[in-house]
Design a protein around this ligand. Sequence first.
Ligand code: PRF
Ligand code: ZN
Length: 375
Amino acid sequence: MEPAIKYRLIHQDKHSGARLGEIITPHGTFPTPMFMPVGTLASVKTMAPEELDEMGAGIILANTYHLWLRPGEDLIEEAGGLHKFMNWDKGILTDSGGFQVFSLAGMRDIKEEGVHFKNHLNGAPMFLSPEKAIAIENALGPDIMMSFDECPPFFESYDYVKKSVARTSRWAERGLEAHKNPDYQALFGIVQGAGFQDLREQSAKDLVSMDFPGYSIGGLSVGESKDEMNRVLDFTTPLLPENKPRYLMGVGSADALIDGALRGIDMFDCVLPTRIARNGTVMTSHGRLVVKNAKYARDFSPLDDNCNCYACRNFTRAYIRHLIHTDEAFGMRLTTYHNLYFLLHLMQQVREAIANDALLDFKESFFEEYGYNTA
Ligand code: PRF
Ligand code: ZN
């Protein structure tokens, strides 16, 4: 059987681990490295699908956990699946709920069979297992789905992480067994192991032997330093097969995207650009800018003089600051549009640099302008 998605390696940077490629999904092909906007509840907050398409998003992310609670996977299945439900005909990836259960839910009890926890909306007892997560993802119908994993804290003990990694491997195997649609939904395995090299190696070895169509790297960007994350990536990406995509979960700052790409990562996602946008912070070629601040009240220049997005072509900092300040929905739409455009455009520049074997040079010139403290 042909896998649901295919990775095509186009060019390997001669001076780093970076690779230019593309991923062919049942809902179109997108170039890699790629940033995926997050649409937790089947909407990238404030953005219409046409706008995401226009800014070059070839794939977006949604969350199994949130959609399971509301409106429920049965309703979305009845609507004809996530793509139809939200009128988005390009790629969709769903996270499994594993991470959300650990980060959102209150009390939880991790057992071999799955995780018992309390619903973050009303405190009702809930249970999620590898089989249940996969059943929900099968009903939602994304092109790429995640295995149900445990994301332990980065500084958890070696003994704990060792047990956790072994369980995440068993959960991955159970998920693979339970998966009903491997011909049109690609299930990824998630490498865990915190900062321990031998545990990352064990995790990767277990998952690679199960022959997933793609691999995620989880358990990073959870409070460790950038150097720690890069150290883990340095020894983890080389453990993954060259002919399959690699996805670094929950990472979306400009510097981490470039550092990840340099180490051979193909896909990234993060709520950061959309979340800070709604608070009135934008990412610009000169670093982060808090446009909500009073000092921009009479600034009639665009958010970023180097940006060609709809917001920057048509509106001033003063206007956008006024809208954010007065809680006007249009203000959040403009900052969200700009931030997503900025990261998608950054990834386009990263791809061009890889094609020219020059991602290291690009990194240097980018940060000269962006600054090193405003990631
Ligand atoms: N596992 C899953 N989703 C995730 C993570 C993980 O480790 C992370 C870690 N940054 C973000 N999202 N399933
Ligand atoms: Zn812009």
